[in-house]
Design a protein around this ligand. Structure first.
Ligand SMILES: [Zn+2]
Length: 311
C-alpha cells in the first residue's frame, strides 16, 4: 500500500523532489553544504540549450553543485581527455552524452542548480597527474555536493535515470473503516531502503563513499525515488522506512553516524561499513584503498585517530 508513483521525468516527480529538498534545507542544518566547488564542473546552462560546457572553476568561485553517482559499465562513455579538453570547455553537445548523463543534466536545473560534477568529464582521464590529484579530492566532491543523484538501477551509463514509466499492477480495492468508505491502491512491494543494496549501483565499491559522504542523495531505483539525507529518509510511496522490516533485527542502515555524539557507535558503524565495502566489486584491485580514502580521511577528523593503509 502507498501513494501512486509518478513517472520520474514528470513535473509531479520533480515537485516531490523539490518538496523533500526544501524540507531538508529548512529543518536540517546538518545537511547544509558550504564547501568549495570542485576543480572543474559541468555548467548545465539553460534547459533550452542543446549543449553543456566543462568549466574550470576560478579560485574563490562559490556556488552549489550537484554530483552524479553511477555505474560506468563496460560501454565506451564520453570522457574528457587531453585532446578534447579545450573543446569540452567550448561546449559538449547533449547528443554526445550517455542517457544517464543527459538525465542528470535535466534534473540539475529542476533543483535550481547550474553546476553538475561527473567524474569522467571533470577529471582528465588520460592524465595520470590529473587523475591522482583529483581522485584524492573525490571524497570531498561528494561530501560538499548540494544533492547527489544516484542512478541506482542502471548497470551502465546508458541505463538512464528518469524512467518514464514504472512497471506496476494497478489493483484498486474498496475499503471500509468504521463509517468511512474509500479505495486502497494495492501493488507489489517497491524497492525501498531495505533492498537498496541489491540495485546495480550499490554493488560497486567506489559508490559506498559516494553515498556515505553525500549529505543528500536522491536514489533513482528500479521501483521509486528514495530520498536520503543525514537526518531523514523518504520513499515516494510514503511507506515509512522501517514499516516492513522485522523488529529486533539489527541491520546497518548504510549511514555513518557523523554527528551521533557517541564515538563508540561511530566505531561500530565503521566496521559494519568495512564489511559492506569488502563485499562489493571493483574493476581494478589497486583501487580498493583509494575508493575508501575519502571516508578514512573524514573518519580521522571525527575520531582524531590515525589511518594507515586501510587500518
Ligand atoms: Zn536533511
Amino acid at each position: 500500500m502507498g501513494r501512486k508513483l509518478q513517472p520520474a521525468n514528470s513535473p509531479e516527480a520533480f515537485a516531490t523532489l523539490r518538496k523533500w529538498l526544501d524540507a531538508c534545507k529548512t529543518n536540517h542544518p546538518q545537511c547544509a553544504t558550504k564547501g568549495p566547488l570542485p576543480t572543474r564542473v559541468i555548467n548545465v546552462g539553460k534547459a533550452v540549450q542543446d549543449f553543456v560546457r566543462l568549466e574550470v572553476v576560478q579560485p574563490g568561485q562559490a556556488a552549489h553543485y550537484m554530483a552524479l553517482s553511477h555505474c560506468w559499465g563496460r560501454i565506451q562513455l564520453i570522457r574528457t581527455l587531453k585532446a578534447n579538453y579545450v573543446e569540452h570547455q567550448k561546449g559538449i553537445p547533449l547528443a554526445k552524452l550517455t542517457r544517464t548523463f543527459r538525465d542528470a543534466v535535466e534534473i540539475t536545473p529542476e533543483m535550481g542548480i547550474h553546476y553538475l560534477w561527473i567524474g569522467s568529464l571533470c577529471i582528465v582521464q588520460d592524465s595520470p597527474d590529473d587523475w591522482e590529484k583529483e581522485a584524492a579530492k573525490m571524497g570531498n566532491v561528494y561530501r560538499f555536493s548540494y544533492l547527489t543523484i544516484a542512478a541506482a538501477y542502471s548497470e551502465d551509463s546508458n541505463g538512464g535515470i528518469l524512467r518514464a514509466k514504472y512497471n506496476e499492477s494497478k489493483s484498486v480495492m474498496k475499503c471500509t473503516v468504521g463509517n468511512a468508505v474509500g479505495s486502497v491502491y494495492v501493488t507489489f512491494r517497491h524497492s525501498d531502503f531495505a533492498s537498496l543494496h541489491k540495485q546495480p549501483l550499490h554493488t560497486r565499491a567506489w559508490v559506498l563513499q559516494e553515498r556515505i559522504l553525500s549529505p543528500r542523495t536522491i536514489h533513482y531505483t528500479e521501483g521509486q525515488m528514495l530520498w536520503e539525507c543525514r537526518r531523514a529518509r523518504r520513499c515516494e510511496t510514503g511507506v515509512p522506512e522501517n514499516a516492513l522490516t522485522l523488529p529486533g533485527v539489527r541491520i546497518w542502515d548504510g549511514r555513518l553516524q557523523f554527528d551521533a555524539g557517541a564515538l563508540h557507535k561511530f566505531w561500530w558503524n565503521w566496521y559494519d561499513m568495512l564489511h559492506d565495502f569488502t563485499a562489493r566489486s571493483i574493476t581494478y584491485g589497486d583501487d580498493r584503498l583509494p575508493a575508501l580514502s575519502g571516508i578514512a580521511h573524514v573518519m580521522e577528523g571525527v575520531t582524531k585517530g590515525g589511518y594507515i593503509g586501510g587500518i
